[in-house]
Design a binder for this molecule. Structure first.
Ligand code: SF4
Ligand code: FES
Length: 251
């Protein structure tokens, strides 16, 4: 049964991208373990506002594990100590009475801090803009339904499409690599006939944009896969490498 717990929070506070940040410590009392992690931060912010202090800035939107906006490094893990969930799906029952919880923003050169716990993830949007779409005429909905696609390919494409673009992969990687994200976005289209037409151009353009934006190289540490809230497999990285090499050989 859920209990009420008292916790200590060590929260990263930073007034702006160029300001120096530091941890600040806060005490919260009587937090129900049924509270979600973001609701707990709402309670903290209410407390701070009541004390005449600046609330903590953090990103969120759907709070249902869908949009990819929530992005906290909690006790050394992107999205916290649980597996295959986003920060917004984390609940306080994962923490014990008297726990000290450390909360930081994503730590990655590709995601500069905007303020406190909010980072700029526009870099991922730029990678999508470079090629993560289908621009050829694929006909209407009945046409798509009329094209037979092997179940195995459809399943793999859907698994890759589960990526919500949260950025935990780059934040977890010691090299700051965005390969899991890029490979998921390349794979979800490369596996389907509608995406094959532009597959070579897409793989080259998205990899080039990722490099240009300063994301690091993949050295197969698998930290991205371990921390991904949507269990995106690194087998997608192998597929991206194959797509990229094939495209270069065609050149
Ligand atoms: S691959 Fe996983 S960790 Fe990376 S952006 Fe997609 S959902 Fe987030
Ligand atoms: S707020 Fe949308 S995934 Fe967490």
């Amino acid at each position: 049964m859920d209990k009420n717990i008292n916790i200590t929070l060590k929260v990263w506070r930073q007034r702006g991208p160029k300001e120096k940040g530091a941890f600040e410590t806060y005490q919260l009392k009587d937090i129900s373990q049924g509270t979600s992690f973001l609701e707990m931060l709402d309670i903290l912010n209410e407390q701070l506002v009541n004390e005449g202090k600046e609330p903590v800035v953090f990103d969120h939107d759907c709070r249902e594990g869908i949009c990819g906006m929530c992005s906290l490094y909690i006790d050394g893990h992107p999205h916290g100590p649980d597996t295959e969930i986003t920060t917004c799906q984390l609940h306080m029952r994962k923490f014990d009475e008297g726990a000290t919880i450390t909360i930081e923003p994503w730590r990655s050169a590709g995601f500069p801090v905007i303020r406190d716990l909010m980072v700029d993830r526009y870099a991922y949007d730029k990678i999508i803009q470079a090629g993560g779409f289908v621009s050829v005429n694929t006909g209407g909905i009945p046409d798509a339904n009329a094209i037979p696609i092997p179940k195995k390919d459809a399943d793999l494409a859907m698994d890759a499409a589960a990526c919500i673009g949260c950025g935990a992969c780059a934040a977890a990687c010691k090299n700051g690599s965005a390969m899991l994200f890029v490979s998921a976005k390349v794979s979800q289209l490369a596996l389907l006939p509608q995406g094959r037409i532009e597959a070579a151009r897409r793989a080259k353009a998205m990899v080039a944009k990722m490099d240009e934006l300063g994301f690091g190289n993949c050295t197969n540490t698998r930290a991205c896969e371990a921390e991904c809230p949507k269990a995106v497999s690194i087998s997608n990285i192998a597929r991206l490498n194959r797509e990229f090499i094939k495209a270069k050989l065609q050149d």
